[in-house]
Design a protein around this ligand. Structure first.
Ligand code: UT7
Length: 329
């Protein structure tokens, strides 16, 4: 019997209307459009300004787009996996809130915390649920409202991050398409270089933690950059070799959008021209778990059935990995 594969059969996305441009940032911190553009490739980001809206609202919009495109009854969704580091609340899981907002009353759901690699971790798990035959329709979401944890007086972090959500529908297929292979890694010793100091059980929120600005992203940019360049490039190359592929066989690299220089390093390592790389960092910045599904969303019309894609990410944890898939529609 041929193996049942898990295929992405639809993509949805959502970015807030409000833009935060490099020119806007020039007015609030000591920076320039030229510095941000040459060091990161970012021109603008989207910001969810409505104080009553959170990650689940952006994710629900992305999922609703899938429901409309596929004319899918939300009651038919079996499971929602939400990758995020900016859940609406510490608990319950944002996946549960998304399920409620889209009417997925028969679905169970849970969150995955793997920062910028979160979507890959969630996609890997969703794939197993489909391949095992346990579930038939799994929604995998990557969403982050990074503006909720960014200190807009810190010029080393506020220039990078933005808000947005992307989602895919995973379904079984007997065809030779879908998720083919994955390699995922994590290394908790990297936590010291990229984390949020307070708000968890180690340092619960207090007047002191707020005064010390410990509820914002702490990032040692240079250090993370070094690990990200080698981590994302190495794992992409390892995945190709494991599947007897070279860059020539790959139609699209879908890299986490953290910094254009990290994207270029990965691309060069697996020998791909820029035209084969999905890039939207100039429009949205780094939306953490949102970047990879938002790339798929932006480039959906260019994709053809059978196209070979490598998805690659590196982020907080440290977490990193790559997924090889064949596009299914
Ligand atoms: O997605 C999750 C994982 N995160 C990442 O992958 C991010 C990885 N890191 C990066 O992308 C880069 O390290 C940054 C974009 C965060 C920073 O770029 P960099 O080229 O590593 O800059 P740097 O931190 O080495 O700073 C170089 C200089 C410093 O000045 P001095 O000490 O050389 O005088 C900084 O103070 O640039 C200065 N600087 C800025 N100047 C203008 C730092 N931020 C800014 C700024 N505008 N926004």
């Amino acid at each position: 019997m041929s193996k049942l594969r898990a295929a992405i059969t639809s993509v949805g996305g959502y970015v807030p209307e409000d833009k935060l441009t490099n020119a806007d940032l020039e007015k609030i911190i000591d920076t320039t459009d030229e510095w941000i553009t040459t060091r990161t490739g970012i021109k603008e980001r989207r910001i969810l300004r409505d104080p009553n809206k959170a990650s689940s609202d952006m994710a629900a919009e992305a999922v609703k787009e899938i429901l409309a495109k596929k004319q899918l009854d939300p009651l038919d969704i079996d499971c929602i996996i939400c990758a995020t580091v900016t859940p609406d609340m510490i608990f319950p899981a944002t996946a549960n809130l998304i399920g409620d907002k889209v009417g997925a009353k028969n679905a169970y759901g849970f969150d995955i915390s793997a920062a910028c690699s979160g979507f890959l971790y969630a996609l890997n798990l969703g794939t197993s649920l489909i391949e095992s035959g346990r579930n038939k329709k799994v929604i995998v979401v990557g969403v982050d409202k990074m503006s909720a944890i960014v200190d807009y007086t810190d010029r080393t972090t506020c220039i990078i991050f933005g808000d947005g959500a992307g989602a895919v529908l995973l379904e079984p297929t007997p065809e030779d398409v879908g998720i083919m292979d994955s390699i995922l890694y994590s290394d908790g010793s990297g936590a010291k270089h990229l984390h949020m100091k307070a708000g968890g059980s180690l340092r619960p929120a207090s007047i002191e933690t707020v005064a010390a600005k410990e509820h914002f992203i702490y990032q040692e940019g240079k250090h993370v950059f070094k690990f990200a360049v080698t981590g994302m490039a190495d794992v992409s190359q390892e995945l190709l070799e494991k599947n007897d592929l070279t860059g020539d066989d790959i139609d699209w690299l879908v890299p986490h959008q953290a910094n254009l220089r990290i994207i270029d390093a990965t691309r060069e390592r697996i020998n791909l021209p820029r035209e084969k790389v999905m890039i939207n960092i100039h429009n949205y910045g780094n939306t953490t778990a949102g970047t990879i599904p938002l790339c798929l969303w932006d480039y959906e019309k260019k994709l053809k059935k059978g196209d070979k894609l490598v998805l690659a990410a590196f982020g907080g944890g440290f977490t990193w990995g790559a997924i090889y898939l064949k596009w299914a529609y």
